[in-house]
Design a binder for this molecule. Structure first.
Ligand code: GCU
Length: 752
């Protein structure tokens, strides 16, 4: 097994020009490591340029000498005797990790000896493992979990064991061990037994076949369709390594606004090549299915799901896919939504459409992810209510291999949204939570916004549907109990692209990382995940960890403050969604801003109480009671559910207008404070990354003022109130902000 060449070449072999070392110098790994250490020891800062390619799997030499020594004395070799492809990539990852972190090249041997080492394998594949497990371990690791534990080996030499039931469990255990080493843990007493809480943990790529990415801000698609299947980019392996390192086990390769061409033979060969790369990493491939594909590429006259010819076409197509990809995961479908074709074109229901595809996939073990993101301008009903109205009555009519994929909130990935009322409301249906990792409404890859706290708001939200504690996380995790929810899934719209550092903003990698970690275990805190990421990406030095972790934790609330505080939503610019646009009032009403903020001389906000649109009634009565009561409603959702007068008294003692202005200002101030924090990290972070983030933060600060000034100038025309003390005056008049036009914002479908 060869190590991933690109990852390896990208490791400390690249030096900042100041170091005067040429990349061409040919020295052994060990010498290179010693040189690196010496350079780190000089503490001159920024010696190694880092282009961010390695993301959180940097494996740079550990800076704490005692920790390095402790691990070096344990990792005397890797004990493994299995040939499973996932175990082999685990072994390769450990070799790569330890050689980078510790500067050693541990050899692989089949037997445990007196000299310690790392014992790796599956319970059935190695009796050495079976004898060491505790009786309770086997019940706690499921099919994907692991045990990572240090044993004293009799003669004082400790042995670390990575054990699992499956090869992919071993791989996850290997990544866990490396994470422990990377984040500063010592080998003594290591004892981690873990398994994922959610079975299916997917990335959704909104990638088009021409390599543009809808709402993608990090370059072009990772999938080089034209070069495939002949040329296989090393990036595919590294994508799989990074994804598997956080437990992602499925990927949808194509945009939900689907192109039927992906289902043609030529493209299936390309898909098969990617699936072959991802398989050892435990990642199953899914594709988006365009509902009208039987007509577009099959020559049929209809795509009616109840037409036997259509069902037969899909059945044959699915069989063809499985010939190429034997472990194909299934289809993700956006139907009758934003102009996409679907069963309703033929007077059929979403269940008719989903079940027809599900029947074709079932014999092969595949699933259908059917999206509930539906709404229509022609319908009078509040857009926030339409998906529930359409899908909830269909509960119990879907096949067992259909998952209904639901965005975290009922509108569309707004900076802050209450949880979608469909969660928990379809007890006989599998549900998938769809989150957006890419920052469509949160500053693209220009603004720093660590999204874990926002996702936690949804995961931890108590739907109360099956009693207190029925959180969204519990609903989608499901359980084997007869009266429990059926196991579901979690999906994240990916923020990756062809940019060297994968995610555009160097700090946006934290969102990819956090999505995977929370998908594995939604009970983790956003803060602990942020800290892990900072330690793995930058340093274990508290002077680096604390300020960056704090910046991350402050970032989502700050962005909400300067974009859409207090439950305001959908007031962004037309089409590209990047800047402010509270004045948008033309075109499809449910795509305007005025539909959502409803500002007038009396006040602001969307009345969704029972005296308004009634959207609160779609929640369990306990929850409806909270959201519908202006005094109990959390302030972050206030204007989502209530239309309130400008002088409405707030908890702070301010009235609504002043509070809103002060929130905008607070957001601006928070971003401003990061500039100083980041400047203080100059000597601790390599120059390339430091400068990149600095330039972006500088722009974010400027654009936070743009949001504040544009929104407050606009709303002030209704409130007719002065800005309270402490709120900066706008730099321009409202007309100026209204006339600003951004062109060619990445990821905008109309400009692709
Ligand atoms: C948003 C986004 C679209 C996307 C859609 C979806 O509306 O702007 O680009 O296609 O969500 O989730 O399907």
């Amino acid at each position: 097994m060869t190590l991933n060449p690109l990852a390896r070449n990208n490791r400390p072999l690249i030096f900042h020009p100041r170091s005067q070392l040429s990349m061409g110098v040919c020295v052994s790994m060990r010498w290179m490591w010693i040189i690196c250490l010496a350079l780190v020891g000089l503490n001159t800062g920024g010696l190694r340029a880092d282009d961010g390619y390695r993301a959180w799997l940097r494996y740079d030499p550990l800076d704490q000498v005692s920790q390095r020594q402790a691990w070096t004395s344990v990792v005397t070799g890797l004990v493994c005797r299995e040939d499973d492809p996932s175990v082999k990539v685990a072994l390769a990852e450990l070799q790569m990790g330890f050689s980078g972190l510790l500067g050693i090249d541990p050899s692989v041997r089949p037997e445990v000896s007196g000299s310690g080492g790392v014992l790796i394998g599956t319970i059935d594949g190695n009796p050495e493992i079976a004898v060491r497990l505790r009786p309770e371990d086997a019940d706690q690791i499921g099919s994907e979990g692991y045990v990572v534990r240090t044993y004293s080996n009799g003669n004082g030499k400790p042995l670390v064991m990575i054990a699992a039931r499956s090869g992919v469990g071993v791989l996850y255990g290997a990544f866990e061990l490396l994470r422990q080493v990377q984040t500063g843990v010592y080998p003594h007493g290591l004892d981690k037994v873990d398994q994922p809480k959610i079975g299916l943990r997917m990335l959704n790529h909104w990638d088009n076949l021409n390599r543009t990415v809808e709402r993608g801000y990090a370059g072009f698609s990772l999938w080089e369709w034209f070069e495939l299947p002949d040329y296989v980019s090393p990036r595919y392996h590294d994508y799989a390594r990074l994804s598997a390192s956080v437990g992602i086990n499925a990927t949808v390769l194509t945009n939900v606004n689907a192109n039927a061409v992906i289902l043609t033979e030529a493209y299936l060969e390309k898909v098969a090549t990617l699936a072959d790369v991802f398989r050892p990493y435990g990642i199953r491939v899914f594709l988006t299915a365009r509902f009208s594909a039987p007509m577009e590429i099959g020559g049929l006259e209809t795509a009616d799901p109840l037409d036997p010819g259509v069902a037969a076409w899909w059945q044959a197509k699915v069989e063809e896919i499985y010939r190429h990809v034997p472990d194909f995961g299934g289809f993700l479908v956006k139907a009758n939504s934003e102009g996409q074709p679907g069963p309703q074109d033929y007077g059929r229901s979403h269940a008719d459409g989903a079940n027809m595809l599900a029947d074709a996939l079932a014999p092969h073990g595949g699933s259908v992810m059917w999206r509930a993101f539906v709404y229509a301008a022609e319908i009078e009903m509040d857009r926030a209510m339409q998906a529930y109205a359409e899908f909830q009555p269909l509960d119990g009519t879907f096949r067992p291999n259909v998952f209904i994929q639901i965005k975290n909130g009922a509108i569309d990935f707004m900076p802050t949204e209450p949880f979608h009322p469909l969660f928990g409301a379809m007890p006989k249906t599998r549900q998938t939570l769809e989150l957006q990792i890419t920052q469509e409404y949160l500053g693209a890859s220009i603004h720093l916004a660590y999204l874990a706290p926002m996702w936690k708001n949804c995961l931890d939200a108590d739907t109360r549907v099956a009693g207190e504690g029925t959180t969204v996380a519990k609903v989608i995790a499901g359980s084997d109990a007869d009266d429990g929810y059926l196991p579901g899934a979690i999906a994240g719209v990916a923020n990756t692209g062809s940019n060297r550092n994968w995610t555009g903003h160097p700090m946006a990698a934290a969102n990819w990382y956090a999505f995977g970690r929370l998908a594995w275990n939604p009970d983790l805190s956003s803060e602990s995940v942020a800290e892990e990421w900072v330690r793995m990406t930058f340093s274990n030095d508290a002077h680096v960890v604390t300020p960056i972790r704090e910046m991350l934790m402050e970032s989502h609330p700050a962005v909400v403050d300067y974009m859409m505080p207090l439950g305001l939503h959908h007031i962004m610019a037309w089409d590209h969604h990047y800047g402010p646009g509270p004045w948008i009032d033309e075109g499809r009403p449910d795509w305007t801003a005025v539909y959502y903020h409803r500002a007038n001389a009396d006040g602001i906000g969307f009345d969704r109480t029972v005296s308004g649109s009634g959207a609160v009634s779609q929640y369990h009565p306990d929850v409806a009671g909270i959201f519908g009561d202006v005094d109990a409603c959390p302030e972050r959702y206030l204007l989502w559910f209530h239309h309130l007068p400008w002088n409405h008294p707030m908890a702070s003692g301010n009235d609504l207008w002043d509070e809103m202005c002060l929130r905008y200002q607070r957001g601006v101030d928070t971003v401003g404070s990061w500039l100083e924090v980041w400047a203080g990290l100059e000597s601790s972070i390599d120059a390339q990354q430091h400068n990149h983030v600095l330039r972006l933060l500088t722009r974010q600060e400027r654009e936070s003022r743009w949001w504040r000034d544009a929104c407050l100038s606009y709303f002030q025309a209704f409130s007719k109130r002065p800005l309270p003390e402490g709120v900066g005056a706008p730099g321009h008049d409202l007309e100026y902000y209204r006339n600003l036009r951004l062109r060619y914002v990445p990821g905008t479908p109309s400009e692709q």
